[in-house]
Design a protein around this ligand. Structure first.
Ligand SMILES: Cc1ncc(COP(=O)(O)O)c(C=O)c1O
Length: 466
């Protein structure tokens, strides 16, 4: 049996039963899935199709990842050709597509980088932690630099170490305790400044917090700092322009590596190829995933500056090589598809398009949503945008969770998939948009329209309850 885009209720019902009987899904409650499911059978551009024939504008590009959009069948051709040539051999040897992809990434960074391939964003960050530790062992003998300093409300992945590095309590709490190699400073969530300050009189105290943390931990114990250029999961936190250069300067002062998480920001999402390029900083370690292959196959990478790479060079007997391996790293088929994905991005100037379409979408959201008192803030860069919902603009009290979820549900029942931030009571009241970079103006108009109606509905619901 196969599912096509022709509605087939019977076939769909079979899949739902098969799934509910035997599959354990990530992060969604199965009781909710029993009531409503998506069974996706197709997609084109920014649109996905359910087996019941319903189409949706996917304003989240799956999980912030299908950057070049759905339905690029030429990538199937690329994968098939590579599979026929050689499907797999471990990356202790070399292969053409992974070599090409490494060269491509190095070029996008302006040179001076080497790339270590893995399979997911979590692994890319985890490999980054390990590379930072091993680098410290090589470069600072006699010191014990192993700690990573991160930020409250950060998300860096789902493994135990990346969860520990993350700062989202609601994602972490079920798996505690963690080992404690990760400490956290305040995040640059300016709309709700954790320090109760206001920009610019704050003098970007949240960036200075890294120096205080490094000193408190002891500089000789700190291997690296990890930041996402624009924090995504917590509701799109765009820091002040000085923030990242200040953090970078602190890292340089204490010989601490700067590890930048570009898993969502990277590959055009924010209107430049990489999010950190807005801020003129130079990562020592960079994690990429998602947009690197627009999720057509799994592949991710930890990209390291040559000064880090060189620390791993030596005679065989010195045992300075990267002391880890993963079976699928540098997978030729995924790499071949990633290479073509990036070529498509460059040919179609998708980062530039994200900047232009993002500006259009953000302007439209501001213009149409501001009349609703529940619209507290509209912020973002490129096609990474959030609308923070409040009970009223002056108090900034977060809109209750059920009403925020009501907006997500309303959008879905009106044909638009939107996201919602995490971050517990303090931060889970932002509706997020991270559509394919090929989204059209008319699709942006649809999104704005549906959000406008969703907020009207929310205001009416609140009035009814008052
Ligand atoms: C910023 C960031 N880093 C890392 C990850 C982990 O990536 P993955 O889910 O591919 O392991 C994510 C996932 O959404 C992310 O948003």
């Amino acid at each position: 049996m196969s599912l096509t885009n022709t509605p087939d209720p019977e076939a769909r019902a079979k899949v739902v039963k098969q799934d509910l009987d035997s599959v354990l899904h990530p992060i969604v409650q199965h009781r909710a899935l029993e009531k409503a499911q998506l069974v996706i059978t197709g997609g084109q551009g920014s649109t996905i199709v359910d087996a019941d024939g319903t189409t949706y504008l996917d304003a989240m590009a799956g999980l912030w990842c299908v950057n070049i959009g759905y339905g690029r069948t030429e990538l199937a051709q690329v994968a098939a050709e590579q599979m026929q040539q050689i499907a797999y051999y471990p990356h202790t040897a070399m292969n053409l597509p992974a070599a090409q992809l490494g060269e491509q990434i190095n070029g996008l960074m302006g040179g001076g980088y080497h790339t270590y391939f893995v399979n997911s964003g979590s692994e890319a960050n985890e490999a980054g932690f390990k590379i930072a530790r091993q680098y410290a062992k090589h470069e600072f003998p006699g010191q014990f630099r192993f700690k990573t300093i991160s930020r409250h409300y950060a998300y860096h992945g789902t493994t135990l170490a990346t969860l520990a590095a993350g700062g989202m309590g609601d994602r972490k709490v079920k798996f505690e305790p963690y080992a404690g190699e990760f400490s956290h400073v305040v995040a640059p969530t300016c709309y709700r400044c954790p320090l109760g300050l206001t920009y610019p009189s704050c003098e970007v105290a949240c960036a200075k917090a890294f120096e205080a943390a490094i000193l408190a931990e002891g500089p000789n114990t700190v291997a690296e700092v990890i930041v996402e250029p624009i924090m995504s999961g917590v509701g799109i936190a765009v820091p002040p322009d000085e923030y990242h250069p200040m953090v970078e300067a602190i890292c340089r002062k204490y010989d601490v590596l700067l590890h930048v998480d570009e898993v969502i920001n990277g590959f055009g999402r924010t209107g430049k190829m990489f999010g950190h390029q807005h801020y003129g900083i130079s990562p020592d370690i960079m994690a990429v995933a998602k947009g690197i292959v627009s999720a057509y196959l799994p592949i991710a990478a930890t990209v390291v500056k040559n000064r880090v790479f060189e620390s791993f060079l030596g005679e065989v007997a010195e045992e300075k090589q990267v002391m880890q391996v993963n079976t699928y790293g540098g997978h030729p088929v995924s790499a071949a598809v990633a290479v073509r994905n990036i070529e498509i991005m460059l040919e179609e100037k998708l980062p530039q398009r994200a900047a232009e379409m993002g500006a259009y979408l953000m302007a439209g959201l501001k213009e149409r949503l501001w009349k609703h008192g529940v619209c507290g803030d509209v912020r973002g860069k490129g096609l990474l945008i959030g609308v923070e919902l409040v009970t009223d603009r002056d108090s900034k009290v977060q809109l209750p969770s059920a009403l925020v979820q009501g907006v997500v549900n309303f959008c879905r029942s009106n044909g638009v998939i939107v996201g919602r931030s995490g971050g517990g009571v303090r931060h889970s009241n932002t509706i997020t948009f991270s559509p394919p970079l090929v989204i059209t103006r008319s699709e942006c108009d649809t999104l704005i329209d549906v959000m406008d109606k969703a907020l009207s509905m929310t205001v009416a619901t609140m009035a009814g309850k008052a």
